[in-house]
Design a protein around this ligand. Structure first.
Ligand code: MGD
Ligand code: MGD
Ligand code: SF4
Ligand code: MO
Length: 890
């Protein structure tokens, strides 16, 4: 059997880790994938999502052929239909009747051709992307300050700084390999200080010296205060401020007015004065400071101002363009940066030029030889979907994003998609919440099949390399776009033989008439050959004649890309979220990510090992709020906002503050009937960036009374649409569901309902416990388990891994197994409890036992159980379990 191997880049987060991938002639990837030791982002490390990649490369659920109205068609027919409709609507209504809605998960080459087709050839700037929901505020923040969208820092600055302020980032779960690098640096230099600013206590707080649990949305005030304090304490880098910046006086005057004192600031932010004092003292005494910020900052109706409040502090103290210092916006998606570079946002043109950049439209037109240049900004995501609902946009091409789950106010998104005359969805999966609204579905190649480049959060270009052939008739996204472009009559400009030719053109445009005027310049690659492209090693842009080996740090020369060459201070007035709690909706809803799932679960949702950490959608509620609302841990809660509702399991915890609740973003209608958190989120956006305020909504909570909780394990998938609530949990064998039924349903009704699914030879074994109202039913044949249903008045913690393992094809049923099925606990099989370490599948019960046995540190636990010794993502949770064990021991 012949094997082949490539070095590629992880398709998940913006850390951009290098991955070694190998395959056999059977066209399957050989697990496990490993970290690439030579890649400067991760030096061989991977997190649990990265190390589980092989499990997610599965033919299951792949979209294999183009479809029109759910009927399989040829690519020829699909691209004919698309180009004909684009022609018709653009001729009749103008180019803006067409729009692309793209994604930070397509490759730079895909992005480049989409942007070129729309902005240069069809003639519309209606090219927006899910990056609007992600880093649009960070982009505008940088541009206001630096005149360019430039991330100044490198990952090593996170290790070399003396003070790291992490704002609105749960990097322990969302950028785990960076978090490991930071943890290792701190272990080596315990004097390095880490501050986490987040209303929630997260796994990231595990390494923090200080956690500021601020009132949601109040971050700008902290930095406004630090600015005025720096000025009064003579911490300013006066030479830098005078010579290389402008607007300082106005920014300072505003800061003095907005945040006159420490006490006033602490009060605004809901912080204890001494915790803010601690941050201030460290800020005062630590020149090597990095502020690392993410969605807790960006996803806000004043997100851009928050970014500039942070950058102002770094400019004032000259803490940027230096080793171990800078305002570092971390990007989420693997290629959000690549999208920014090609100009794949509605308010960008191309190659870090805007429509407003003098001469840019003409420059790009000449470079592209474009017949129909767009001349002004297009519509940003939320406005775009409003325009679709209004009927102004008539053809929408969605690529690699799932707006029915990720855009705010999903009820509006649904109305827009229903109204749109032609919705094209390019995805590599068959059934997504968005593809349900597609008129035309285009099958895309996925990671391990695709070839191209991505840029990570530190401006580092890396190759994603394909290894497997395309599944079915899947095509690369860039190819699909070029096919349509050709049918629209633009064949000559889209006649690329491979991604290397697209990359070379993109590189040439970045250097075209640039002469140092624009930050983004990779002109060193303008003549790259296929061989060179295939051998490309990770490198940080700019990569040009002046910097042939790339550039680790920007602004070391103190020259900025504004007309004056000076960086700009921006006066900031701290603002609160738009929709604050009120009598009707008394809770603040915060949203975000969990450790082992990626976005809308179209990939991580396929891996059983990734589903065990947090199996069901949940809502974190403070114990006092739970009590006042009559909500018990693990029970089902109805959550209402003015925009929609969701059903979620309560997780009662003091990690959230009183008055706040937290819900993860991942669960879709493919996994649960009513758990999409974006259904609750308003379409409030930042006026400058258009980024939605996805972290702040208002909601009300209601317990679900008079229900029965069920756990089901089945050999075949089940239709559970008659349940009040259902959630599917991916397992290695068969299908697992958690459900909720109305109390009135009698046991006979259950049996009748499920008996229909069983073969004639099957029989029911059952057990009813009259004391606790538990019912246990198992449908078995002579030697096989077909179905198990456990029902109880209270939420159960069933040993479900064991139950699903009973469905394994080779399993035969002994008498003891049948007994065990009814008792609900396995005979002779260890019950691990909830899985904490996904790499080695180690659960809470095992960990607690080991802690009681004397393993009082993550290292000791690692020695006994191996947990935490591979990717390390579970170490914060191990520490929590150790701590809670100590507490109970006391
Ligand atoms: N496991 C996993 N990792 C991922 C992803 C994933 O889906 N799963 N997605 C990737 C993507 S695209 C992105 S954008 C990144 C996002 O990475 P992060 O931004 O780290 O992730 P989030 O969980 O969205 O939000 C971070 C934190 O912001 C906090 N927050 C909420 N409101 C406020 C506030 O007002 N102020 C402050 N200071 N904090 C606040 C939340 O409590 C939360 O802990 O993650 C990337 N990595
Ligand atoms: N409430 C709330 N909402 C949020 C957020 C939040 O924190 N809170 N975060 C926001 C952020 S930061 C982000 S980035 C978004 C993410 O939200 P989405 O972009 O909607 O989520 P994904 O699941 O990543 O969607 C990617 C889709 O593309 C498909 N796909 C993967 N690779 C390819 C490919 O190469 N080609 C094609 N054609 N398809 C592919 C996948 O199967 C999947 O269907 O959610 C945003 N929405
Ligand atoms: S940290 Fe994890 S998800 Fe992010 S790129 Fe690295 S391996 Fe992939
Ligand atoms: Mo994101």
């Amino acid at each position: 059997m012949s094997a082949s191997a490539v070095k590629t880049t992880c398709p998940y987060c913006g850390v951009g880790c290098g991955v070694n991938l190998s395959s056999r002639a059977s066209n399957r990837v050989v697990p496990p994938v490993s970290g690439d030791k030579s890649h400067p982002a991760n030096f061989g490390r991977l997190c649990v999502k990265g190390s589980s990649l092989a499990e997610t490369i599965t033919p299951k659920g792949r979209l294999l052929q183009p479809m029109i109205n759910n009927k399989t068609v040829t690519w020829e027919a699909a691209t004919d239909a698309i180009s004909a409709k684009i022609k018709q609507v653009t001729e009749e209504f103008g180019p803006d009747a067409f729009a692309f809605y793209l994604s930070g998960q397509i490759l730079t080459e895909d992005y480049y051709v989409a942007n070129k087709l729309a902005k240069g050839f069809i003639g519309t700037a209606n090219v927006d992307t899910n990056s609007r929901l992600c880093m649009a505020s960070a982009v505008v923040g940088y541009k206001r300050a630096f005149g360019s969208d430039t991330v100044p820092c490198s990952y090593e600055d996170l290790e070399l700084c003396d003070l790291l302020i992490m704002v609105g980032s749960n990097a322990a779960w969302t950028h785990p390999v960076l978090f490991q690098r930071i943890s290792a640096a701190k272990a080596k230099r315990p004097d390095m200080k880490i501050v986490v600013i987040d209303p929630r206590r997260t796994a990231t707080c595990d390494i923090a010296d200080l956690h500021l649990s601020l009132k949601p949305g109040t971050d700008a005030a902290i930095f406004s205060y630090l600015l005025q304090d720096s000025a009064h304490e003579h911490l300013l880098d006066a030479e830098f401020v005078c010579t290389h910046t402008e607007g300082f006086d106005q920014a300072l005057a505003q800061a003095e007015q907005s945040t006159p004192t420490l006490e006033a600031t602490a009060d605004f932010c809901g912080l204890a004065a001494d915790s803010l004092l601690q941050l201030r003292d460290w800020w005062r005494s630590t020149p090597k400071t990095v502020t690392f910020y993410s969605q807790g900052v960006n996803q806000s109706s004043s997100g851009v101002d928050k970014c500039n409040a942070i950058i102002n502090c770094h400019l004032a103290t000259g803490r940027l363009g230096k080793v171990g210092a800078g305002p570092f916006s971390i990007t989420g998606q693997p290629n959000a940066m690549g999208g920014r570079e090609v100009g794949g946002l509605a308010n960008q043109l191309a190659a870090h030029m805007d429509f407003a950049t003098p001469g840019a439209i003409d420059l790009v037109q000449r470079f592209w030889q474009a017949p129909n240049m767009a001349t002004e900004n297009g519509l940003k995501a939320v406005d775009m979907f409003n325009a679709i609902e209004a009927g102004d946009i008539k053809v929408l091409w969605i690529m690699a994003t799932n707006p029915m789950v990720s855009l705010p106010n999903t009820a509006q998104v649904k109305r827009a998609l229903e109204k749109c005359e032609l919705v094209i969805v390019s995805d590599y999966k068959m059934g997504t919440d968005t593809s349900a609204f597609a008129d035309i579905l285009l099958p895309a190649t996925g990671w391990s099949e695709k070839d191209g480049t991505v840029t990570n959060s530190e401006r580092r270009l890396s190759r994603q390399r394909g290894l497997l052939p395309p599944a079915g008739e899947a095509k690369h996204d860039w190819q699909a776009i070029c096919d349509v472009a050709t049918k629209l009559g633009f064949g000559e400009a889209f006649n690329f033989k491979g991604p290397h030719e697209i990359f070379a053109e993109h590189a040439a445009l970045s250097g075209f008439e640039n002469d140092g005027k624009r930050d983004f310049d990779i002109s060193a690659f303008e003549s790259i050959t296929k061989q060179e492209y295939d051998a490309l090693v990770p490198v940080q842009w700019p990569v040009n004649k002046a910097n042939p080996q790339g550039t680790a740090r920007m602004f070391t020369d103190k020259r900025f890309f504004t007309p004056s060459g000076k960086a700009r201070f921006v006066p900031i007035t701290p603002a609160l979220p738009k929709q604050l709690p009120n009598d009707e909706y008394p809770f603040t809803l915060n949203t975000g990510r969990v450790r082992d799932q990626w976005h809308t679960m179209t990939r991580t949702g396929d891996a059983a090992s990734l589903s065990r950490h947090l199996a069901q959608p949940f809502i974190e509620i403070h114990p006092e709020d739970a009590q006042s609302q009559g909500i018990k841990d693990k029970t089902l809660v109805k959550v209402f906002s003015p925009y929609g509702r969701a059903l979620l399991k309560a997780k009662v915890t003091d990690a959230v503050a009183k008055g706040s609740v937290f819900v993860p973003i991942h669960w879709t209608q493919q996994f649960s009937n009513a758990s999409i958190v974006s259904a609750l989120i308003p379409s409030e956006v930042d006026p400058l960036s258009g980024q939605p305020e996805s972290k702040h909504a208002r909601v009300t909570l209601e317990p679900f009374k008079q229900v029965k909780y069920g756990s089901i394990v089945s050999e075949v998938p089940l239709d559970l649409s008659d349940c009040l609530y259902w959630c599917a949990v991916t397992s290695d064998h068969g299908y697992r569901y958690e459900v909720v039924w109305p109390t009135e349903m009698p046991i006979k009704a259950f049996k009748d309902r499920f008996a229909r699914l069983l073969p004639k030879t099957a029989q029911w074994v059952e057990y009813t416990n009259p004391h606790n109202q538990q019912i246990r039913l198992a449908g078995v044949t002579k030697d096989r388990l077909k179905l198990v249903v456990y029902i109880s008045d209270n939420p159960m913690v069933a040993t479900t891994d064991w139950l699903t393992s009973m469905l394994a094809p080779k399993q035969t049923l002994t008498e003891m197994d049948r007994m065990a099925l009814l008792v609900g606990t396995p005979a002779n099989v260890e019950d691990k409890g909830e899985i904490v370490c996904a790499c080695f599948q180690v659960g809470t019960k095992q960990i607690n036992q080991a802690v009681e046995g004397g393993a009082r540190s993550p290292e000791a636990l690692g020695k006994t159980l191996k947990c935490g010794t591979n990717c390390g993502s579970c170490i914060p949770e191990l520490k929590t379990l150790i701590a809670s064990n100590k507490e109970t021991a006391v």
